[in-house]
Design a protein around this ligand. Structure first.
Ligand code: NAP
Length: 302
């Protein structure tokens, strides 16, 4: 019986493991792939984690994992297939076996929705990005496109407009979905141009992004837009399907909890991008992991 079973080994899960070991809890981390670090593994440069300027995502992930290992955390690879979270003893079943714990910390993260167009996958990290605050600095003085019309796309366009020379905001409709206050700022920004009713059909370039193949939805007209960066902001999906009906979620599937990570299900905690929160970054995920352990200790010993 573990004191704490952590599902997920991104920054949130590994921070929880480190804090859990320091708190002398018995900790099991279950990771789906034999690769810790979550989304940052695919981020070429993190660059906004304090004290580690220019660190690569893979390297930062490796350091988090090494730190958890040094502290003695047990990490196993396994896909969780079933859960029993309601009683005092939580049961987490993988394809191999069932583990029992007094508490469970859900740290399964989120996945950026992809456009699913040719060139997108091949050019990730070479101009295609899903995180403007992570990668925007690499596009200083360049021309970039943001794809999407929600809050994230608008915030990304505004953020990039302060760095890049020109920002094209490409939206599939003639009306933006994002908050009116953000829309106003976007309309006012001199270097943001909105391309309405348009979809990206392909991201093209030899080794890095050079242009986007566009199609106007109403006229069917095709065109080519030269840009060096393509920021895809068409929504993210929390990795929470497994927990449907077991913990409270918002309408988008994020697990509801405050900064303390306490869910509505006793003994079940949530940390990182899968939690309802405003800013999804490595630093906030790591912070969530630490906070969740404090809540676990409170649950176990108070
Ligand atoms: P979102 O609100 O779901 O918006 C996604 C946008 O991408 C929509 O404009 C959508 O178009 C477009 N889109 C979806 N699939 C597409 C595709 N295949 N091709 C082209 N366009 C596509 O997602 P989000 O902006 O990531 O925001 C996620 C959540 O976080 C939202 O609830 C948002 O309000 C919240 N959030 C809040 C704040 C804030 O409060 N400041 C900041 C950031 C995020 P349509 O409009 O046509 O559907």
């Amino acid at each position: 019986m573990y004191d704490m079973i952590i599902i997920g080994s991104g920054p949130a899960g590994l921070a929880a493991a480190i804090y859990g070991q320091r708190a002398k809890l018995s900790v099991l981390v279950i990771e789906k792939q034999p690769m810790s670090g979550g989304q940052i593994v695919n981020t070429p440069d993190v660059d906004n984690y304090p004290g580690m300027p220019g660190v690569g995502g893979f390297e930062l992930a490796s350091r988090f994992r090494a730190h958890a290992d040094t502290m003695g955390a047990e990490v196993i690879v396994g896909e969780v297939t079933a859960l029993e979270l309601s009683g005092d003893v939580k049961k987490v079943t993988t394809e191999a076996m069932t583990y029992e714990g007094k508490t469970v910390v859900i740290a399964t993260g989120a996945t950026h929705r992809k456009l699913g167009v040719p060139g997108e996958e091949q050019l990730v990290g070479a101009g295609v990005s899903y995180c403007a605050t992570c990668d925007g600095a690499f596009f200083r003085g360049k021309e970039v496109a943001v794809i999407g019309g929600g809050d994230v796309a608008l915030e990304d366009a505004l953020f990039l407009s302060r760095i890049s020379r020109k920002v094209y905001l490409i939206h599939r409709r003639d009306e933006l979905r994002g908050a009116k206050s953000l829309q106003e700022k976007v309309f006012e920004a001199e270097n943001i141009e909105i391309i309405w009713d348009t979809v990206v059909e392909a991201i093209e370039g030899e080794g890095s992004v050079e242009r986007l193949a566009l199609r106007q939805m109403k006229t069917g007209e095709k065109s080519s837009l030269p840009v060096q960066g393509a920021f895809v902001a068409v929504g993210i999906q929390p990795n929470s399907d497994l927990f449907q009906g077991l913990v409270d979620m918002d309408e988008s599937g994020y697990i509801q909890a405050g900064e303390d990570g306490v869910t509505g299900t006793p003994g079940v905690f949530v940390a990182g991008d899968v939690r309802t929160k405003r800013l999804r970054q490595v630093i906030t995920a790591a912070s969530d992991g630490a906070n969740a352990v404090t809540s676990v200790e409170h649950y176990l010993y108070q």
